[in-house]
Write a protein that binds this ligand. Structure first.
Ligand code: 9MR
Length: 353
């Protein structure tokens, strides 16, 4: 018997779009006609049948240098997220001097391949430029700087961004707001302000708040639910909640994800799985790989079962370029495929062969 490989297992997880129980879930969620048509050859095509964009984070250096990576990024996915090049330190390394070149290239790549772009991210505590973190600006100036950043960036990409992660990772795991430069200096109102400014600059983009460890029902997802409930009551222009989906096989998969996502869906909000990956203690073995497949499967099912879940984005599709090994010592193999170099797969079926 053929030994299961990581690609096969993960292919199986993503191909949950096709397995009967998930097809029933698709039917029950009103996502269109379930069928066993196996003619679809790319993840994007599979997702389309369930009314779902299947996206990936894109490492733009890999995109420029690795032809196989580029071919797969172009063919497998129907949306892309810049992994780093739209972050504040990337676009405004020096105060007042913007460099949109890398981000523009990715937006052009997406357009050339008929893909939508998830903008990531306008406001975060991380990857801020040094001039901002070291300046110790007063509250008024910091607020003006933030407003200008959000306005300038959203305006630059106006009409070319499908969904913006306006606010990223605003909460701690215990459900309190993260002690960031933004909260400390501007108070909790910075979140509503960010959404209002982004909406003014690009009224048609869908505006998301995005976070990790909010897959299941827990203190953090409940606090986020309470926040977005308040924001909606105050008519703050927020459209959706991004659930990152960074999982690790050592922890239980979030089997209550659909129940959690329903809470946001019931508010009329869109949802998305925005950064799925499932890391494994290295060296990975078949047990780890099976648990990984389960992790991907749980995330995907959560999305399929949620009426307004619009997209399922993986945080890269190549372990070669994954953020995981340099962040979690001894862990890796988190993406859906290990093979990125060598000849391009003939039909774009690289996840199932
Ligand atoms: O994948 C990104 C990695 O290349 C960067 O070094 C890192 C810096 O913090 O950010 C990574 O992306 C993060 C994303 O922007 C927000 N959610 C968590 C992701 C993984 O850290």
């Amino acid at each position: 018997m053929r030994k299961p490989t990581k690609a096969v297992l993960t292919g199986a997880a993503v191909a949950a779009l096709l397995v009967p129980c998930t097809v029933n879930a698709v039917a029950n969620s009103g996502r269109g006609r379930p069928h066993q048509d196996t003619s679809a050859t790319t993840l994007g095509a599979l997702g389309k049948r369930a009314g779902l964009r299947i996206g990936t984070a894109v490492d733009t250096s890999a995109l420029a240098e690795d032809a196989s990576y580029r071919a797969r990024a172009a063919s497998e996915f129907t949306s892309v997220t810049p992994e780093n090049v739209m972050k504040w330190d990337a676009v405004e390394g020096q105060r007042g001097r913007y460099d949109w070149s890398e981000a523009d290239k990715l937006v052009d790549f997406a357009r050339a391949n008929g893909q939508l772009v998830r903008g990531h991210t306008l406001l975060w505590h991380n990857q801020l430029p040094g001039w901002l973190t070291t300046a110790d600006l007063g509250a008024d100036e910091l607020r003006a700087v933030l407003r200008k950043h959000i306005t300038d960036e959203a305006r630059h990409f106006k009409g070319r961004i499908w969904q913006w992660d306006v606010v990223n990772e605003a909460f701690d795991d215990d459900g309190t707001l993260r002690d960031s430069i933004w909260l400390r200096k501007l108070g909790p109102g910075y979140i509503a302000d960010a959404f209002r400014w982004a909406h003014e600059a690009d009224p048609k983009a869908k505006l998301f708040i995005n976070d990790y460890n909010i897959e299941g029902v827990n203190a953090k997802s409940t606090a986020l639910l309470e926040l977005v409930t308040r924001l909606r009551e105050q008519h703050v222009p927020i459209d959706g909640v991004g659930i990152q989906g960074h999982l690790a096989v050592q922890y239980n998969a979030p089997h209550d994800i659909a129940a959690n996502m329903k809470r946001f869906d019931d508010l009329g909000l869109e949802t998305a799985i925005t950064e799925a990956d499932v890391r494994i203690p290295m060296p990975s073995d078949s047990t780890g790989q099976e648990a990984q497949a389960e992790g991907y499967d749980v995330l995907l099912r959560g999305c399929l079962l949620t009426r307004r879940c619009t997209d399922f984005t993986v945080w890269g599709f190549s372990d070669t370029y994954s953020w995981v090994p340099s962040t979690f010592e001894g862990e890796g193999a988190a993406t859906s495929s290990t093979r990125t170099t060598g000849p391009s797969p003939p039909t774009g079926r690289s996840w199932t062969t």
